[in-house]
Design a protein around this ligand. Structure first.
Ligand code: PMP
Length: 395
């Protein structure tokens, strides 16, 4: 029976990392993978995380199972970060999940089993795994316009037109809460207001993917989109992740938060979310959630986290600026200043697939085929070299 199985296509981005590892050029540079890297090229463990881990080693008394929805302190801390005091706790069912991916899968299965039949609308482009996750949960996937033909800015009119005309009442719409992956193009606060009012008017279910809180402008600033939506509607699902803002990639720590109109509905929804979890992975891993709960339950560690997060955020912004200035200094015709308006780790560079290929083969600079750059993979000390390499393929 297994003889007829064919080889699945490799994951486009992880495949590039394999190719990067095999590349023997010392000057190679990986701008494809989706993790933060510091000036020395490593993805560091935050100091607040190390400190929390020390405390956990000393105090942790069991490795017994967590409950299906995870650690209560963790769930409360995650809820606070996302909603602050905008929504009363009794209207939020928060479930600790294995990463943001786990949160999205739980949310998708919940939608498919409890809210169907419905379709989910994804922006074009979006994180490639969104398609796979939604399809795996049995949700029919449709798209709405996002990026303009210039590949640098949002086509907001097309987005609004699509949201007004394509979905039916009861369909779901996935919105990147901030730091859109792969483009770095986010709605302005005014645009969020308009998106939120269309979502309300059309009676759509908003599914907000919040994987980069704190990587754009700040923890509260980046929550503006989620909160704008929740000022217009009283039902939504928010999937958040501590992979990026806590650097806890491999610990798999995220949250699916379902907001409903009443405490009773929330209780019923929580019981169904737990049913989805039970049949998937039974209960979440403890360690990552315990780290987050320890940090956010301690004023000193929280302060340390805010500083470390700000350091990552400002470094990414500074790399953007250095790249834009560096490209201008090469004298190429193309103006890269649009990168300054984009948020988070990723940006569409505007480079064509051919130029991306050339960068890889001739210079050992690895970008995703779409031209997506992980800005956090750039490096201050090699900025001039990078800009010259990019300039060569543009000429
Ligand atoms: N959503 C988006 C838009 C992402 O970019 C990512 C991570 N690449 C995730 C969700 C999932 O993050 P996690 O690693 O926590 O599963």
């Amino acid at each position: 029976r297994f003889d007829s199985i064919s080889v699945a296509p490799p994951d486009a981005i992880l495949g590039l990392t394999e190719a990067f590892k095999a590349d023997e050029r010392e000057t190679k540079m990986n701008l494809s993978v989706g993790v933060y890297q510091d000036a020395s090229g490593t993805t560091p463990v935050l100091r607040c995380v190390k400190e929390a881990e020390k405390r956990l080693v000393e105090t942790e008394s069991t490795k017994g199972y967590l409950s299906i929805d995870g650690l209560p302190d963790y769930r409360e801390a995650a809820r606070q970060l996302i909603f602050a005091d905008l929504v009363p706790a009794e209207r939020v069912a928060a479930v600790q999940t294995p990463g943001g991916t786990g949160a999205l899968r739980v949310a998708a299965e919940f939608l498919a089993t409890q809210c169907g039949p419905l379709r989910i609308f994804l922006p074009t482009p979006t994180w490639a795994n969104h398609n796979a996750i939604m399809a795996a949960a049995g949700l029919p996937v449709e798209t709405y316009s996002y990026l303009g033909a210039d590949k640098k800015t949002m086509n907001f009119d097309a987005l609004i037109e699509d949201l007004k005309t394509k979905p039916k009442a009861g369909d779901a719409v996935l919105l990147h809460a901030c730091c859109h992956n792969p483009t770095g193009v986010d709605p302005t606060p005014e645009q969020w207001e308009q998106i939120a009012s269309v979502v309300a008017e059309k009676k759509l279910i908003p599914l907000l993917d919040f994987a980069y809180q704190g990587f754009g402008e700040g923890l509260d600033e980046d929550a503006a989109g989620v909160r704008a939506v929740l000022r217009h509607v009283n039902e939504a699902i928010v999937c958040s992740s501590f992979s990026k803002n806590f650097g806890l990639y491999s610990e798999r720590v995220g949250t699916a938060c379902l907001v409903s109109g009443s405490a009773d509905t929330t209780k019923a929804a929580l019981s169904q979310l737990k049913r989805v979890v039970r049949a998937n992975y039974s209960n979440p891993p403890r360690h990552g959630g315990a780290i987050v709960a320890t940090v956010l339950g301690d004023e000193g560690l929280t302060q340390m986290w805010h500083e470390e997060l700000a350091e990552m955020r400002t470094r990414i912004a500074s790399l953007r600026k250095q790249f834009v200035d560096g490209m201008a200094a090469t004298g190429v015709d193309q103006d890269f200043s649009f990168l300054l308006d984009q948020k988070g780790m990723f940006s569409f560079s505007g480079l064509s697939p051919m130029q991306v290929d050339q960068l890889r083969s001739e210079h050992g600079v690895y970008l995703v085929g779409s031209g997506r750059i992980n800005v956090a993979g750039m490096n201050e000390s090699r900025m001039e070299w990078l800009c010259n390499a990019v300039a060569t393929v543009l000429r």
